[in-house]
Design a protein around this ligand. Structure first.
Ligand code: NDP
Length: 325
């Protein structure tokens, strides 16, 4: 495993990490979660991502139970949660001072931890002034309940505003963003976020590196039973992610992967790792074999030479254009 700084922050995260979305406490229970987490840990993963929203808090319970059972040293781990969707009540969601404090306290109880390393605002909240959110996050940091706070799916403008407010009032500025980034979803990361990388030294923990599994190639001939797209409530995946155009591109990319001696998943993950603004690639898995396969992507980062990257670019045909005035 390789370890990368979270942007300009001192903390180091494994370049590949593991998240709990969809799977823990829902699609899979504690036994499979434990096997997946152990496979990741044995491959050198130190960062495990979670959120109060995942399986209505059950994902945090599962992850906390596994960490306790395996008696991992807290210092060896980087654990996150994300706050926004904490329940059904009017004050259980959003980024108010009240929900941030209560949401973090509830997450810590479920995780059975005194602190998380990273806490994210899971989405921007247009109903709460950014200053209120920045002040609440500063309280969380000062209380030692989290070491770094950040954003998820915020615009560059919102991030710059939060940073400006923090600096104006001597509060803790945000350090990292959790955006979607993969071969099919590039524009925001590669263009819009330029200033937050250059001006703020922001770190990133990117999500859905396989576009929910589409970039594994598993959907080339339909929807396999037991896959994410076959889960109840995931019809949107079939409609929006598994398009004929994407399946065709994956077929061509699979040839490049075969030439390199890696799987399609490993190629897609290694491609994300090539971007220097990626601090960690959060992988997802519903079984330990997927974790074992995905972790080997680390060996292929260096095999993606400029020539190979160019071949990939030709297939993807979606390089974001920079606007030049
Ligand atoms: P991916 O795009 O990598 O999708 C992971 C899924 O793809 C797995 O659950 C599995 O699904 C399938 N898969 C993974 N590896 C393989 C493989 N080698 N071969 C075949 N199928 C494979 O990542 P996620 O969408 O899960 O996102 C990763 C993490 O990012 C989440 O767990 C979460 O922590 C975070 N996240 C954050 C969001 C945010 O808003 N901040 C939003 C979404 C995710 P299956 O076997 O069921 O088909």
């Amino acid at each position: 495993m390789k370890y990368r700084h979270l942007g300009k922050a001192g903390i180091k995260l494994s370049a590949l990490s593991l998240g709990a979305w969809v799977t823990y406490g829902g699609q899979v229970g504690q036994e499979i979660a434990e096997k997946c987490m152990l496979a990741a840990y044995n491959a050198g993963v130190n960062f495990f991502d979670n959120a109060e929203a995942y399986a209505d808090g059950n994902a945090e319970i599962v992850m906390g139970n596994v960490i306790k059972k395996l008696a991992w040293r807290r210092e060896d781990l980087v654990v996150s949660t994300k706050i926004f969707w904490g329940g059904k009540g009017p004050n259980d969601r959003g980024l108010s001072h009240k929900h941030i404090i209560e949401g973090v306290n509830n997450a810590l109880r479920r995780l059975q931890m005194d602190y998380v390393d990273l806490v994210f605002c899971h989405r921007p909240d247009p109903e709460t002034p950014i200053e209120e959110t920045v002040r609440a996050m500063d309280v969380i940091i000062k209380q030692g309940k989290a070491f770094y706070w950040g954003t998820s799916e915020w615009s560059a403008g919102e991030i710059l505003k939060a940073d400006g407010i923090a600096r104006q009032y001597g509060l803790t500025p945000p350090s990292m963003e959790q955006p979607q980034y993969n071969m099919f979803h590039r524009n925001i990361f590669e263009i819009e976020y330029d200033p937050i990388f250059k001006q703020l030294g922001y770190g990133t923990t990117i999500w859905s590196p396989l576009a929910s599994g589409v970039l594994s190639g598993k959907y080339a001939n339909g929807i396999p039973a037991g896959s994410r797209a076959a889960l109840p409530g995931f019809d949107w995946l079939q409609e929006h992610q598994i398009t004929a155009e994407r399946i065709e591109k994956v077929k061509h990319l699979s040839v490049i992967a075969a030439d390199l001696g890696c799987t399609m998943s490993q190629l897609a993950l290694a491609w994300c790792l090539k971007n220097p603004n990626v601090s960690t690639v959060i992988t997802g898995a519903s079984r330990p074999e997927q974790v074992e396969e995905n972790m080997k992507a680390i060996d292929f980062e260096d095999k993606l030479t400029p020539e190979v990257m160019e071949k990939i670019e030709l297939v993807l045909d979606n390089k974001p254009e920079r606007y030049v005035a």
